[in-house]
Design a protein around this ligand. Structure first.
Ligand code: PXP
Length: 258
């Protein structure tokens, strides 16, 4: 069967936070996250993601200013819903803001936003950001209640948390992996049907990206830690090019069997 052309290219957002983690381990300016961002784009990234944490453990305020000033592709600014971060977002006006939960003691973003219980807190952030022309994404668990709440909040995008799926894949727990993929598929379908743009990410690797890339409602993946780790062994550009190829391959296999 001939391969049908799909206008909906699966975008890759490369998260460069951990280039900054390595830089900050010694202070100074090396390795430079902006240089990584330029290389990522040259290797096929469609956008760059950076998370400015309250404790500034990796990305700095200056990194955000430089990224916004120099990037040739969209900047997806990950932030907690705080007044400080809102002020920074409104000053730089990135292409998109992804609202994420943030706890000081966590090593990475654990779990999705509480969009159900947090409606009243989150609603003004969504409105202020959108009022400035910024697209708003909510990082949520792949659950119907979270999707309904994201619709109520008027978000443009939901980013589905793939962490649990990746955790089960790491444990080689095949039945649980299948459950988590079904959960992501169901959520992606429901979110798209409700008019939300669907992204996904967290913990994705060469081994786990394919099953998520095959979900046709997903239009963007955001991937960071694994790519920066792989860059140690084979270089950043080859790692991104290989990830890009795996994503494209998953989509084309899906089209062939559709
Ligand atoms: N998406 C969101 C909302 C995140 O918070 C993160 C981690 O910063 C990622 C994607 C990327 O996750 P990872 O670094 O594990 O690829």
């Amino acid at each position: 069967m001939a391969q049908r052309k799909d206008a909906r290219h699966l975008r890759l957002g490369v998260n460069i936070d951990h280039v900054a983690t390595i830089r900050n381990a010694r202070g100074g300016r090396h390795p430079d996250p902006l240089r990584a961002a330029h290389l990522a784009i040259a290797a096929g990234a469609d956008g760059i993601t950076a998370h400015l944490r309250e404790d500034r453990r990796h990305i700095s305020d200056e990194d955000i200013a430089r990224l916004k000033g120099e990037l040739t592709r969209p900047l997806n600014f990950e932030m907690a819903a705080t007044q400080e971060m809102l002020g920074i977002a409104l000053r730089h006006v990135p292409h998109a803001c992804c609202l994420v939960p943030e706890k000081r003691e966590e090593r990475t973003t654990e779990g999705g936003l509480d969009v159900v219980g947090g409606h009243n807190h989150l609603a003004p952030f969504v409105q202020r950001l959108q009022g400035a022309g910024i697209r708003v994404s909510l990082f949520i668990e792949p659950e119907s209640a979270a999707i309904d709440a994201s619709v109520k909040l008027g978000a443009d995008i939901v980013e589905l948390h793939t962490g649990l799926y990746c955790e089960k894949a790491l444990e080689n727990d095949a039945p649980s992996v299948a459950v988590q993929i079904r959960r992501l598929e169901t959520a992606a379908r429901a979110a798209a049907a409700a008019g939300l743009e669907v992204h996904a990410g967290h913990g994705l690797t060469f081994n786990t990206v394919g099953a998520v890339a095959r979900i046709s409602e997903v239009v963007e993946l955001n991937i960071g830690h694994f790519l920066i780790g792989e860059a140690i062994f084979g270089g950043l550009q080859p790692a991104i090019m290989h990830m890009r190829a795996l994503m494209d391959q998953a989509r084309s296999v899906d089209r062939l069997t559709a």
